[in-house]
Design a binder for this molecule. Structure first.
Ligand SMILES: Nc1ncnc2c1ncn2[C@@H]1O[C@H](COP(=O)(O)OP(=O)(O)OP(=O)(O)O)[C@@H](O)[C@H]1O
Ligand SMILES: [Mg+2]
Length: 319
């Protein structure tokens, strides 16, 4: 029996476009153990949301495998995905776009129960009221419509709806980015509590906010142009990042650990297009320590350093 709740094996999502093939996800391998919260970070356009969607087959991967609790969903027929989809729920950044504006909150939260269970009538009402209470919303919200709620309240409703089917796997795509700091903190506290209550529940937490990942996640994976460049326990990666890209990301945020490093590293330019990826290491055109004749020609190896690993030619050599 595998302890992994979610396994991505060489996951690849390539989009053919007029301008060329967009290699949004280009060989991502990750494994989340039961109960674990893994943060997936990286600049805008690095491929995080595409990983999240492909993990639930909302987008069909062009290569590789996805296993949810041991079931390979990449080869499963769509109708066989229903039980897996019940186990796994996706929560988006913008809760409003994922809610039917004409449905009451009661209907929105109750819908997955109607689709996936035999619960009906008074029992359904009670279950929905309990779910709302669990996310900190009073019962009078049952009869409201999405536009009558604040952003934070809507995100709570989205979480209540995801929890309705008692999921084992949550994929949270920037769930607090649209919220102000105090509401964000409440939702994060709540997610932490939820994990403490449900030891089996496993989360892939997509975020560009490193402080949030540090607060909530056990492990972190850093993504750059469709590939994971570093992965490891949050404590290790944040206090001793190995990859120059991770160092640059960390140096840009005010974290206690970051002040001990070599000072702020400025990332030059924007994320290049995933269509014309550079030869060698994809990060070399922006890397402050890239070495000519090596980083611009050869793909970097995976180097393990204790519990973390990173893909870089220069690990152990850079300050
Ligand atoms: N359907 C599509 N067709 C073509 N290209 C796409 C498609 N979906 C995403 N992309 C491209 O794939 C790359 C990764 O996009 P993705 O949305 O996964 O990034 P992200 O890391 O989630 O970014 P953000 O932080 O802005 O949400 C981008 O270059 C994007 O333009
Ligand atoms: Mg995204």
């Amino acid at each position: 029996m595998s302890e992994a709740m979610l396994t991505l094996q060489d996951l690849e999502v390539h989009f053919p476009t007029k301008g060329g093939v967009v290699r949004a996800v280009d060989g991502v391998s990750l494994s989340l153990r039961q109960g674990e919260i893994l943060g997936l970070v990286g600049e805008s356009g690095s491929g995080k949301s595409t990983v999240g969607k492909a993990a639930l087959r909302l987008i069909d991967p062009t290569g590789g495998q996805v296993l949810i609790d041991g079931t390979d969903i990449t080869t499963a027929r769509l109708r066989d995905l229903k039980p897996v989809r019940t186990k796994a729920q996706l929560i988006f950044q913008d809760p409003h776009s994922s809610m039917n504006p004409r449905m009451t909150i009661k209907r929105i939260v109750g819908e997955p129960l109607i689709i996936h269970t035999a619960i009906r009538g008074a029992e359904l009402d009670q279950t929905v009221a309990r779910l709302l209470e669990r996310v900190g919303l009073p019962a009078q919200f049952l009869h409201r419509f999405p536009h009558e709620l604040s952003g934070g309240q809507k995100q709570r409703v989205a979480i209540a709806r995801a929890l309705a089917v008692d999921p084992d796997l949550l994929i949270l795509d920037e769930p607090t980015s649209a919220l102000d700091v105090s509401v964000q903190a409440q939702i994060l506290e709540f997610l932490k509590e939820l994990h403490a209550e449900r030891p089996r529940m496993t989360s892939l937490f997509i975020s560009h906010n490193l402080a949030v990942v540090r607060f909530l996640c056990h492990r972190v994976a850093v993504m750059y142009l469709g590939k994971i460049v570093e992965e490891g326990p949050v404590a290790q990666v944040f206090s001793n990042p190995q990859h120059p890209y991770t160092k640059a990301l960390l140096s840009a945020v005010p974290l206690p650990e970051a002040t001990r490093g070599a000072g702020r590293i400025q990332l030059e330019g924007d994320l290049p297009s995933p269509v014309d990826r550079a030869q060698g290491c994809a990060f070399h055109p922006r890397c402050p320590v890239a070495r000519k004749g090596l980083c611009d020609t050869k793909a970097p190896p995976r180097v393990d350093t204790g519990e973390t690993w990173a893909r870089c030619h220069l690990i152990g050599e850079t300050p």
